[in-house]
Design a protein around this ligand. Structure first.
Ligand code: MOS
Length: 708
């Protein structure tokens, strides 16, 4: 059996565990005496709870506790000003439909589920607002400045340009919906000692949040999250439902597990906020951009303000002397949004990259040529050189691969009577960061290397990439290296988010290996062995069973003199059915300019996953509310459409694979975000090329193509 699963350097180190079911996700831990929580959620959108009748529920079989604001255990941080923005079970106030208002705990999941249906809640309903677009249009509606306005050169310079494009682009709410549902198991071992099994993108961040909330030392909290079934940003914070579970376990002195339902995934763990964006673009007749104006509105909640970098890319992606941006958020009576893959930039890129395409057609110019013509030499917003940027090479490689020469400039002129064919291109960009991380390494005389760091892996294959970095530097085969993660007691590392893990933790692994090698050389000299002697022999000669080093690593100070970004170019071919308006993405070529590629297989998977997410964003994904009730009406996989296999064509990925000289010793920049950013615009641009119909409102559903 084992032979079937021999791994080579290109495989995922945890692939076998994942496909055979050995990998354990948080909800699979069976603790002695485990109890089960089920949430009761608000059926109104705004107002106050006037009564909770939990008598029948309390008397139901197996029920151990019903927590609500009426009998809440004390949470130290909740008694302080500030702290958590939504203090769960703290007051009678309702901020959004589906807000958790009580937690029923029973000895089985089924009994808790049944009892939760018996809890009767009365409310005093208030007038609410969940309508984003109406609020953007309403000059009286509250709008908060989401980011300071930015201006370079002349404001609204596009208005005096030879050729002008001025359009509005909208995206709906999208929800993350990873395969794994959100939740936690909480288990208080003593009054000041807590263990949790969590779904989190950051075990240290969960540990710190729980320490601050319950006012116990962080080192008394053990957070386990070895495997995570997808996150996309939704598990970058500790949600109120997790605090509720920890409260329940504290009160009951028993472990409590809470796994929310798929429906609840739409309401209480964030989403990509809806956005309304206006772009003004001006160019000379020769196709040189003279001005870009970008005003964006995003959505937030009334109880907490969420902002993201929607207008970031507009400031530097093109060589324009004049740029001005503004970004506002509109508070609504809904759950607070959170980062979702390519946060901010994926939203902004849909607008900017659609407008760039529109301008190319207005100039009767190939959109690829227009982009190349306006490619900047440096980052004009930060006034810094790029650490590395190979975008022109990426344009050329992708164009060749997709067959860009088959594209026709005249929209609607390619294809037969039933299926029209179109080609589109778009750029994605995201900050390539590097934070501070520590890794511990233990090198053994048996030839094995153990690496440990408190990072999470939500799926990209962190353990695989880290193992490869160590394997190549140490000359140790991958199967002799183990990378342990997802455990808060390991050396600290940041949360997995913002495409920075490979850069951050990988650098620490790199530096650790350099330190280990140095120590081996010193140990070899001590016993008069040659510097290139194998480390196992060096350790044996020194009578050492193992050597152990913990290495911390952080960004090079020189990095702040550069604009450091990862870039992607997405090429898409679509077929659009003339009579039905159905869009099929028929070919995808995504090119990543993200420095040196460490792990080809997982890098490719990142790009493929981003393209699949991009197809969803472009064509199907949209969380819809009924504003009469403030409720989602498609909060399930039957009605909220994500791409299935039949929607996904052959996806080719190309990597420029040139090391960035600045970011880190590997020269590797992140790519999780750029895999998605820009993709939806490439589809919209291809649809225009196929049909002459410009759809500026995602998702691009058949009705929008057919409408006159
Ligand atoms: Mo992501 S939005 O960096 O988890």
């Amino acid at each position: 059996m084992k032979d079937l699963f021999l791994i080579d350097e290109n495989d995922r180190v945890d692939g076998v565990d994942k496909v055979t079911g050995k990998a354990k996700y948080f909800a699979e831990y069976q603790l002695p005496g485990l109890t089960y929580g089920v949430l009761v959620t608000s059926t109104i959108t705004k107002g106050k709870i006037t009564a909770i009748d939990s008598k029948a529920a309390s008397n139901a079989p197996g029920v151990l506790a019903i927590l609500s604001h009426l009998n809440k255990p004390s949470v130290p941080a909740y008694e302080q000003e500030g702290g958590a923005k939504l203090k769960i079970f703290y007051t009678d106030e309702i901020h959004f439909n589906g807000q958790p208002i009580a937690l029923v705990v029973a000895d089985t999941f089924e009994r808790a589920t049944y009892a939760a249906t018996l809890v009767k809640v009365s409310y005093n309903e208030a007038i609410f607002n969940t309508n984003f677009e109406a609020s953007v249009m309403d000059s009286q509606a509250k709008k908060l400045q989401g980011q300071p306005p930015y201006k370079r050169g002349i404001e609204n310079a596009y208005k005096t340009a030879d050729v002008q494009v001025e359009q509005v682009y909208t995206i709906p709410i999208e929800t993350h919906n990873p395969m794994e549902l959100h939740g936690i198991i909480a288990d208080w071992k003593a009054d000041d000692k807590l263990t949790v099994y969590a779904k989190t993108q950051g075990v240290k961040s969960t540990q710190n949040t729980l320490a601050n909330t319950f006012k116990i030392p962080a080192e008394n909290i053990q957070v386990n999250s070895e495997f995570v079934g997808g996150g996309f940003g939704m598990a970058l914070r500790t949600w109120p439902l997790e605090i509720a579970t920890v409260m329940a376990s504290k009160q009951l002195k028993k472990p409590v597990k809470l796994v929310i339902t798929r429906n609840q995934m739409f309401t209480m763990v964030g989403n990509r906020p809806a956005a309304y964006q206006k772009i003004g673009l001006g160019a000379t007749k020769e196709g040189k951009i003279t001005g870009i104006s970008h005003t964006a509105f995003g959505q937030t909640s009334t109880y907490e303000t969420f902002t993201e970098g929607v207008v970031g890319m507009t400031k530097f992606m093109y060589d324009s002397p004049n740029v001005n941006t503004n970004y506002y958020v509109v508070p609504l009576d809904m759950g607070v949004p959170i980062w979702m893959r390519g946060p901010g930039e994926a939203t902004g890129a849909f607008a900017l990259e659609s407008a760039i395409d529109e301008m190319a057609y207005a100039l009767n110019m190939d959109p690829l040529e227009f982009r190349v013509k306006n490619d900047p030499e440096k980052d004009l917003a930060q006034n810094k050189p790029f650490s590395s940027k190979n975008v022109k090479e990426a344009y050329a490689l992708g164009a060749e691969k997709i067959g860009w020469t088959n594209r026709k400039q005249q929209p609607g002129s390619n294809g037969d009577g039933s299926w029209k064919i179109g080609y589109g291109v778009s750029v994605g960009v995201f900050n390539a960061g590097r934070g501070k991380a520590s890794v511990k390494g233990v090198l053994n005389t048996d030839g094995r290397l153990l690496l440990q760091s408190a990072v999470s892996d939500i799926g990209p294959g962190t353990g695989t990439a880290m193992t490869l970095i160590a394997s190549r530097l140490m000359g140790i085969r991958v199967e002799k290296i183990t990378f342990e993660l997802g455990d808060s007691s390991l050396p600290p590392a940041p949360s997995q988010g913002g495409s920075s893990t490979l850069s951050t933790v990988g650098s620490a692994v790199n530096d650790l290996c350099v330190a280990l090698k140095k120590q081996i050389t010193e140990l070899a000299a001590k016993v008069n062995m040659e510097a290139n002697a194998h480390f196992t022999e060096v350790l044996q000669k020194n009578n050492l069973p193992s050597i152990e080093i913990t290495q911390q690593s952080q960004a090079n100070p020189e990095a702040k003199n550069y604009a450091i970004y990862s870039f992607s170019i997405h090429f898409v071919q679509v077929k659009v059915h003339q009579l039905t308006g159905v869009v099929k993405v028929s070919k995808v070529v995504s090119v990543a300019d993200s420095g040196k590629i460490i792990s080809p297989k997982t890098a490719r998977s990142q790009m493929v996953g981003g393209a699949v997410g991009g197809i969803g964003m472009a064509l199907t994904e949209e969380a819809i509310l009924d504003h009469r009730y403030g409720k989602y009406i498609n909060n399930n996989f039957g009605d909220y459409h994500v791409p299935v296999h039949a929607d996904v064509p052959e996806i080719e990925t190309i990597f420029i694979d040139k090391p960035d000289p600045i970011i880190n010793p590997m020269g590797a920049k992140g790519m999780g975000e750029i895999a998605l950013i820009g993709f939806s615009a490439a589809v919209a641009n291809a649809v225009f090329n196929a049909t002459g119909k410009r759809v500026r409102s995602l998702p691009i559903t058949p009705d929008k193509i057919l409408e006159a």
